[in-house]
Design a protein around this ligand. Structure first.
Ligand SMILES: CC(C)(COP(=O)(O)OP(=O)(O)OC[C@H]1O[C@@H](n2cnc3c(N)ncnc32)[C@H](O)[C@@H]1OP(=O)(O)O)[C@@H](O)C(=O)NCCC(=O)NCCS
Length: 186
């Protein structure tokens, strides 16, 4: 007999809010765990074998929190941080999405899809923007396919990797560059 009080944890239990300075330590830890750490191998996609060095530090994220037209979105379940993404306005009609991370043990269950949906909502509804752009390393074919299924298309542009002016990145594979993707927001 089904227990009517039982409700499995699903992505629907997520809540979203903008990050504040108080979130910085937990945010840096989340991003490091998802992108380039050994723990990130638990997830379905990682850049551990491609890039070394820190992905984000508190000073960089503090600037992203404080800059007008820039919002770091946190996804929480029962008050625990499970994922994040950063939306920032880059033109009169467009926003950029980055810092996309989900705790490795939570990946693959739709949390990322919901964060992306919230980022699109922020750009479209809160800021009245028409497009969302992102950049992805050219060799991360599984991620390019994932974004393609979310409606992001290559613009044909590419950008150098590491990006100029960013220190501390260790490139572990030749031939890396960033592919620019864009989605027209519905
Ligand atoms: C990218 C990331 C944020 C996505 O979050 P997530 O919660 O895992 O994403 P979802 O659960 O919404 O989606 C998982 C997708 O991976 C697919 N997937 C699962 N296992 C896979 C595998 N072994 N190979 C390829 N795709 C796989 C699923 O089919 C699903 O896609 P679909 O919804 O189109 O079917 C998360 O994986 C992450 O933090 N990665 C490390 C940091 C990173 O690379 N960030 C992006 C930089 S551009």
């Amino acid at each position: 007999m089904p227990d009517e009080d039982y409700r499995p944890a699903t992505p629907r239990d997520l809540t979203f809010r903008p990050a504040t300075t108080a979130d910085l330590p937990a945010l840096v830890a989340l991003v490091e765990s998802a992108y380039r750490s050994e723990e990130s191998r638990e997830g379905w996609t990682t850049e551990t074998d491609l890039v070394g060095g820190p992905r984000a530090d508190e000073a960089m994220l503090l600037a992203d929190i404080e800059r007008p037209g820039s919002r770091i979105v946190l996804a929480e379940r029962d008050g625990t941080l499970v994922g994040c993404g950063h939306v920032t306005q880059i033109s009169p009609t467009g926003a950029y999405f980055g810092l996309f991370a989900v705790r490795p043990s939570e990946q693959g269950s739709g949390v990322g899809r919901q964060i992306l949906g919230e980022a699109e909502r922020v750009a479209r509804e809160d800021w009245q923007l028409a497009t969302l752009e992102m950049t992805v390393l050219n060799v991360r074919t599984e991620l390019l396919a994932y974004y393609g299924r979310r409606g992001f298309e290559p613009t044909g542009e590419s950008q150098p990797f590491p990006p100029p002016g960013i220190d501390g990145i260790v490139v572990l594979r030749d031939g890396l560059h960033l592919v620019v993707l864009r989605k027209k927001l519905p």
